[in-house]
Structures are given as structure tokens and as C-alpha cells.
Design a protein around this ligand. Sequence first.
Ligand SMILES: Cc1cc2nc3c(=O)[nH]c(=O)nc-3n(C[C@H](O)[C@H](O)[C@H](O)COP(=O)(O)OP(=O)(O)OC[C@H]3O[C@@H](n4cnc5c(N)ncnc54)[C@H](O)[C@@H]3O)c2cc1C
Length: 493
Amino acid sequence: MVMKVKNQSIWLDGYDYNDYVSLDKDITCDILIIGGGITGLSTLYNLRKSNLNVVLVEANLVGSGVSGYTTGKINFLQELIYSDILKQSNYEKAKLYYDSQKYAIKKIVDIINKEKILCDLEKTDSFVFANEEKEIEKIKKEKELLTSFGERVEEYNRDLLYVQNKYAIKVSDTYVFHPLKYLLALKKIIRKFNKPIYEKTKVNNIIKNGEYYNLQTDKYVIKAKKIVLACHYPFFLFPYFLPIKTNIEKSYIIASLAKNAHKTYITSNKPTTSIRYHKDYLIYLSNSHNISNKIDEKENYEEVIKKANNLNLKVKYIWKNDDLITLDKIPYIGYVKKNDKTLLIGTGYNTWGMTNGSLAGFILSDLIMGNTSKYASLTDPLRVIHIKNTLPKIMNIFYNSKGFLKSKIKKNKDWYQNVKIKNINGKSVAIYKDNDKEYKVYNTCPHMGCSLIFNAVDKTWDCPCHASRFSLSGKVIKGPSTKDITYNEKNLF
Ligand SMILES: Cc1cc2nc3c(=O)[nH]c(=O)nc-3n(C[C@H](O)[C@H](O)[C@H](O)COP(=O)(O)OP(=O)(O)OC[C@H]3O[C@@H](n4cnc5c(N)ncnc54)[C@H](O)[C@@H]3O)c2cc1C
């Protein structure tokens, strides 16, 4: 029986919600970093000693975005990533990506040791395992590839707890940590260097005006010469039309009391099962799918809990997370526009953002400081994606259209007893009744016009296309949308 399950990320339990400063005046800076997740904080950490006037703004609180909901593995064994890159590109790229992940891991560990950060860092062995016969050959190829890069890889044919292992490979020198403790420690260190971090400060739009960008927050204006988009999913469409270059993968995670086996493992294929331990908890990720599929949150939660019950796991925490998957499985880190060194981005980490978000911190700060970066060409957002990648491109368009259409078809359906959709003055309005209180919101996502789905678990309105989320009363709680959907009689939306 499931008792006292917290619908919350284990990392955010106990978070000090009062230790922040918000922007309280108009400001001008050299570099504005938008987003206080691992990308934004890693970039700011690397720029902390520079003479540049660098500012970071975060719409909510540091680490409260995707980075606060990860499984927190610091790992280069990422399903069958090297075989995937080899298939989509070539051997050199697969090797360079491997080098970049090893580099990022070394750097994260160096920072943790040098700064004496207490973030439950633990070295573990890691496994990729097959739960189907047809995966075995693929894992063997990944082993060959990793061995050719110089990595020591062992075959592992014994049992792995909580999963069916038909064949696995094992590597060492991988880590797990508490991602939020790490990010909050970076914030504390950065504070000593006069590089302000303004939380609860959301950027609503960006306009280029001569040498400066003018950025409008809810109350103030920021003028910045350069912008780093570290906001996971940029809230504007142009100039970098991300929806056709990525799709969004969503997964569910539970934490359950268990004896720590000091190992991490992950399936070679989708849907992903991923396991790590944190102190006395087993952290178990499952039910991964494209965000436009399986849009009924209540059904998804029930499925995850049922799976946990079948494994005799006593669930203490349950949460979900989503990340951007790129066309060639390599992140987008670098300049957004050709011949323009003022707009930079770090995103598209294919669910491996602890290494790639940190890598982005190095690449972006190197680009800003005019240093050469060994990995900048690999992750260049403007790289030509080879013709072999046509299928992922088509699949992206398919998934995005599917989410959009599905949301439109569902538009007039009452999903749940308490939700009614009405057309008021030509606008689709959703009305939710919770006991005595009635909530009215516009039922269309301001980002790209998808109809919103009522999430009966969290009591939020969720976009099934690009993952924006809104509170019952219509306040935006997660981008890419920056606008609220609160209904207003004057129809000002
Ligand atoms: C289920 C799951 C498990 C994962 N597990 C792992 C793992 O074990 N290891 C690993 O390496 N990776 C993992 N990842 C991937 C990793 O969590 C992400 O890639 C990474 O956290 C992304 O970091 P980020 O800084 O880009 O985004 P975020 O952490 O989301 O940071 C972006 C920030 O920008 C802010 N923001 C957005 N818009 C605005 C605005 N307009 N104004 C101001 N601020 C704004 C947001 O509030 C947010 O805090 C996992 C992903 C998923 C989905």
C-alpha cells in the first residue's frame, strides 16, 4: 500500500525558499544569463573572476527548473549514445563527444573538491543493460566503440536488482551527486564575486536596440550587450526555431527506501529504466515517452505507482521531468546566429545535462572570453545536421504536430468531472471547480497555440507540445511560455 507519498522531487525537499534576491531596479550589464539551472550557474561560475559585468536572472529559484528534477548521475555511459552518434555522424564525432563527457566529469569533480562542496558526491560503477535479447548485439557494439576510445569496459552477466538483465556492460569512474546541493553551493560561491543572481525575476521579452538588448522583466528593464540563453527551452521562437530541432522526452521518477547498492544502471533502449541510489533511497526512473504521447497525467502516475508496487518498492517521493532531445543526440551549445556574437545558447542535452550543462558552462564562458574551446565545433547550434538525420527531423515534426493536433481534438472534451470547456467571445475558456472555488483560464498556450490539458495530479494546466505549465489560476509556472493564461472579463489575452 502506498502511504504518504510526496509529489515532489527528493532534491527539492527542504529547499530554503527564502534565501534569494530579486531585481529591484533597471540595470545595464555586459552579459545577461537567463536561467539558474546547471547551464546558467556553470557559465556564471566560470565567469566569476572576469572583469565583465555579468548578471544572472532566474524566473523562479536557482535549481527549481529541470536541474532540480534530474536523477543526478554524472555519467559518460549514456545508453548507446556513441553508437547513435556514429550512426548519425561519424567515428570522430562519437569520440569527441566521449572526450567532452570525460572532460566535463573531471571538471565537475575538480570543482567539488577544490571548493569543498558537500553535495553527496559518490563514485560508482555504471551499467547499460539489455532487457531484450535483440539489444545484446547493440550493447556489444557500444562496448567495442568505448574500448576503441581507450575506456575499460567489462561484460556483466549477473543479476541487477529491480530489473531483468539479459546482458550488461560495466564501466567505472562515474558519479552520482545531489544536484541541488551542488547548484546552491555554486550560487553561494558566486555571491562572493560581485556577480548578481536575481531570482523570481522572469524575462518576458527581448528587443535588440542598437548595441544593447532591452529585456523586459515583470517590473524592470535590463540592458545587456550579450545574452546567454540558459533557460532550457527559449521562450521566443525566432531566431532559433527550436521546435523543429528538438522533441521533448518526459519521464517519471520515484524514490523509495532501499539498501544502497552503490551502482547506477540504465536500459539500452526506450522506454528508459534508470536506477541510482542516494543514501538510503533507490531512485528509479521509468515510463519515458514523448511529451505528446500519454497526456493523461493521472493514468501516468497510476502506471508508475503500479510498477513500483509490483517491485515491492515503498514509494516516498514521486516526480516527473522533461528534457530536450536533439536531432543528432549532440547538444546545442554556442552562438545562435551566424556572424553574431551577442546571442548564445546552451540546451538540448538529451537527458544528460549534468555533464552537458557543465560542458556548456565551459564552452559558453570560453566563447565570451574569446578563448578557444575544443568542443565548440561539436556542439555548434548552427552545425549542418547531416542528411542521415532526416528520420529524426521527420519524427520531430510528426511529434510536434501530433501534440498540437491531439490537444485541438481534445479541446472540447470534458476530461474530468470538474473541468468544463466553454467558448466565450470566440476564445476557448476552461473552468475548473474545486469545492466552492471556480477557476477560469484561457485554454490555449500563449507560446505556440496548443490547447492545454488539465493535469489532475498536480492541479495544473499543462501544454502537451512544449511543456509549459500554468497554475489553476493561470499563472505561468514553467516556460517556454512567459505569459499567464488567467481569464479576464475584458478579454485582454
Ligand atoms: C527524467 C530526467 C532525468 C534526468 N537525469 C539526468 C541525470 O541523471 N544525469 C544528467 O546528466 N542529466 C539528467 N537529466 C537531464 C538534465 O536534468 C537536464 O538536461 C538539465 O538539468 C538541464 O539544465 P538547464 O540548466 O538547461 O535547465 P534548467 O535546470 O531548467 O534551468 C533553466 C532555468 O531557466 C529558468 N527560466 C526559464 N525561462 C526563463 C525566463 N523567461 N526568465 C528567467 N528565467 C527563466 C527556469 O526557471 C529554469 O530554472 C535528466 C532529465 C530528465 C528529463
